[in-house]
Design a protein around this ligand. Structure first.
Ligand SMILES: [Zn+2]
Length: 55
């Protein structure tokens, strides 16, 4: 579990998540890219270039 840096909401990370996967904040919709941390994941803001957001 990580915190959204925009609104401080909890963002769930799937158990089968992989590095580089994009997660989206359920509250504000911000997108983050997963980066590997020792025992889990960290997030960094994803570069969204105005493409369609899919799903
Ligand atoms: Zn948020």
């Amino acid at each position: 579990m990580v915190k959204c840096t925009e609104c401080d909401a909890d963002i769930k990370i799937p158990n089968d998540a992989i590095e580089g996967e994009i997660v989206t904040c359920p509250d504000c919709g911000a997108s983050y890219e997963l980066t590997k941390k020792n025992e889990g994941f960290n997030i960094k803001p994803a570069q969204v270039v105005g493409e369609d957001w899919g799903e």
